[in-house]
Design a binder for this molecule. Structure first.
Ligand code: FDP
Length: 342
């Protein structure tokens, strides 16, 4: 039943791991511990639904009424509600913000507010659902900057450097939860037979030798000169490095997870043909900053092509950004080419 972990064969559940981490901080109140545990719970709930996504043609499509007389909910809406509802009443959060909503999400009246804010992308890569390909959720936790009462937009608009926790859930061949509290990156795999996340990837470090690059080549025509030259570099056509192999799912969490474990770079550059995304497609607060923080904690880095993603002060909740994330040397190379040609 239990898979052995790499840590001396010891089986460590996520709960035990989070508690162990907490014990290194005698001043900790346990709030963050419980918050993380609830996110793991949300992940299990979402995974239990995403794994049945292929049954939609049999069980009913979105907005159909199923055999139990319930309305079938779109998976991204279901994920959004699961994360919000598991966290709205606990007194740990001052506010939340979701990629699915234009404004910040207040804590409902009647519940206490807490010292953290939670930002999340409930179901990233959702255009992949119909093709049975991996999808994910991304979460970020910041300490509030306002004193007390309901959380504010300012609490949610903080640079990635201020992150207290960042993590993601990957719904794929297996379900994984990967997170960092700023002291290393740890990965857990859900054992569906017992419904527990078990530590499978302690202390993840990005391999020094990069293996893959990952980008949507279909948009090559719309990239800047710098990005095109950088891509030729990765292909071994400039400055004579060995070419890297290409992988692209089109699902950020999946592409990021592979990059983290294999070494390499994922990038989604600015797009110079689509006026709706002149600054790239990915969202700074919901996607780029938390993944940048995780990558930095694993020994890599993240940039928008000019500066470290973690140093960018978001101006808007849904602000987009170009993203280059992976091995530090490759991210630096991207910046170099962009500086030289753009
Ligand atoms: P999706 O549109 O399917 O939700 O940010 C959303 C995202 O997916 C990322 O998960 C993914 O990396 C990217 O968009 C894919 O965009 P392209 O189809 O333009 O490559």
């Amino acid at each position: 039943m239990f898979g052995q972990t790499r840590d001396h064969g010891t089986i460590i559940t996520i709960e035990r791991h989070i508690l162990q981490e907490q014990s290194f901080h005698p001043e900790a109140s346990g709030t963050l511990t419980n918050l993380l545990y609830d996110l793991a719970l949300a992940g299990k709930y979402i995974a239990s639904h995403t794994s049945r996504g292929g049954l939609t043609p049999i069980l009913g499509s979105t907005d159909d009424v199923n055999v139990q007389g319930e309305r079938v909910m779109k998976l991204d809406k279901l994920a959004d509600q699961a994360i919000y509802r598991l966290n709205d009443h606990t007194g740990r959060l001052a506010a939340m913000a979701s990629e699915e909503h234009a404004e910040i999400l207040p804590i409902p009246d009647g519940y206490p507010t807490g010292k953290y804010v939670l930002l999340f992308d409930p179901l990233d890569g959702s255009s992949n659902i119909d093709y049975n390909t991996s999808i994910g959720s991304v979460f970020s936790i910041y300490r509030r900057v306002s004193e007390s009462g309901p959380g504010t937009l300012e609490d949610c608009l903080q640079p990635g450097r201020k992150l207290v926790v960042a993590g993601y859930l990957l719904y794929s061949v297996s379900t994984m939860l990967v997170y960092t509290t700023g002291s290393g990156v740890h990965g857990f795999t859900l054992d569906p037979s017992i419904g527990e996340f078990l530590l499978s990837h302690p202390n993840i470090r990005i391999p020094e030798t990069p293996k893959y690059y990952s980008v949507n080549h279909g948009y090559n025509k719309y990239w800047s000169e710098g990005v095109r030259h950088f891509t030729r570099y990765l292909q071994g056509l400039e400055d004579e490095p060995n070419p890297l192999s290409l992988r692209y799912i089109g699902s950020l969490v999946g592409d990021f997870h592979r990059t983290l474990l294999s070494g390499g770079i994922f990038y989604y550059p600015a797009d110079h043909h689509d006026p709706s995304k002149p600054h790239g497609k990915l969202r700074l607060a919901y996607e780029a900053a938390p993944l940048g923080f995780i990558m930095e904690q694993a020994g890599g880095s993240a940039s928008d092509g000019q500066q470290n993603i973690l140093d960018i002060q978001p101006q808007r909740l849904h602000q987009r950004t170009p993203l280059f994330v992976g091995n530090h040397e490759l991210v630096e190379k991207a910046e170099e080419y962009i500086k030289r040609y753009d």
